[in-house]
Design a protein around this ligand. Structure first.
Ligand code: COI
Length: 356
């Protein structure tokens, strides 16, 4: 079994692509760093991880993840501080969520300390790929999928865990317009909504496409039973500010992804003495607040999205405009503070960052 004294084989590329990168115009998720980490699971154990030149995979057509969806992933970021330190933001939370997703999908777990060490190592190897521009980061994508070549429904006996990284710019360059979805459902109680598994995103594509045809960038998902309670948005968790109070759907329901950025927003706000309510949030109260002007702010929180202000909320054919982004004191302050912590500009009093 893996332990903290894990050895990692490293084969460095002799043909770096770094000189081809347009660092001023980095699209999200389209530029890949030079290396990839790969670790296989078979015979009931994880084998020695290898970091090797980034390359395509060759897979058997019956690879079970392709057919039956045993596939999970994480999203994380590394930044370079002004003093040159490389900082990972709360990797322990991703390690924990990855282990929880593994269990829910009947996949083998990776000890959290090992997960973090593997992330640390691949970032160290590709540290020159961390962008230096404000708002840009090195996005880290750990993932695992079932590799048995077998037709039939059972947990795979073999798996591949991999990590690659991408230098990225912003995910949303403008405030987003969202539509509250009342027909389609992202996650059902007792389902896999809390897991970061590929199928959750696949299932969201068709409803999201319909929303886009109506002019909305994203949907706001509601509960699968009554469509009465707000859960999360397509690529991020969701937070509202009403009368100075920060309100966000509680994660007690197993239909909501436990977001690292959302948790950080809540903890920062509480630390600053902002009143925070994590509870069931009804669509009705948000629409009421949008109508009477007490909805001061709504924003998404996610690793890729960071803090993404919501400009308009669509609901039952009406579109509600939210206050100008400049007026949103709490989320602007949290956004700046989070960015400063991640880049070492302020003291990391919560001990969130791990130095690579
Ligand atoms: C992330 O925020 O890291 C995600 O995985 C969401 C995806 C939209 C990139």
């Amino acid at each position: 079994m893996l332990d903290d004294t894990i050895s990692i084989k490293i084969e460095k590329t002799t043909n770096s692509k770094i000189k081809d990168v347009d660092w001023e115009n980095l699209p999200f998720g389209k530029v890949f760093s030079d290396h990839i980490l790969e670790m296989d699971y078979s015979d009931g154990r994880w084998h020695e991880p290898v970091i090797k030149p980034f390359q395509a995979l060759s897979l058997h057509p019956a690879t079970s993840a392709i057919h039956y969806g045993q596939s999970i992933f994480e999203g994380m970021k590394a930044n370079r501080a002004e003093n040159g330190d490389i900082l990972l933001f709360r990797p322990d939370m991703n390690a924990k969520r990855f282990a929880e997703s593994s269990e829910r999908l009947c996949m083998p777990t990776i000890p959290e300390s090992v997960f973090t060490e593997l992330v640390r190592k691949i970032v160290e190897v590709d540290k020159d790929w961390i962008p230096n521009k404000e708002g840009y980061s090195l996005y880290i994508r750990p993932f695992m999928f079932a590799t048995d070549d077998f037709i039939g429904i059972k947990p795979s006996d073999t798996y591949k865990f991999m990590i690659f990284t991408c230098p990225v710019g912003v995910y949303y360059s403008n405030p987003v317009n969202v539509k509250i979805e009342e027909f389609y459902t992202r996650a059902a109680r007792g389902g896999v909504g809390r897991a970061k598994t590929a199928g959750n995103y696949a299932a969201s594509l068709y409803p999201a496409k319909k929303g886009q045809e109506e002019g909305f960038h994203q949907l706001v998902w509601t509960d699968g039973i009554e469509h009465k309670y707000i859960e999360e948005s397509g690529t991020m968790n969701i937070v509202f500010v009403i009368d100075g109070k920060l309100i966000t759907p509680s994660e007690d329901s197993d239909t909501i992804l436990r977001g690292v950025t959302k948790r950080s927003v809540v903890e920062i706000a509480q630390h600053w003495g902002v009143e925070v309510e994590e509870r069931k949030v009804t669509v009705a109260e948000i629409i009421e607040a949008a109508k009477d002007g007490s909805l001061e702010d709504a924003f998404g929180a996610g690793t890729a999205a960071t803090i993404a202000p919501i400009a308009k909320i669509g609901y039952r054919g009406e579109v509600y405009d939210l206050p100008p982004v400049e007026s949103r004191t709490i989320s602007n302050k949290i956004k700046n503070y989070l960015s400063d912590v991640k880049t070492g500009k302020v003291e990391d009093t919560m001990n969130w960052c791990l130095k690579v």
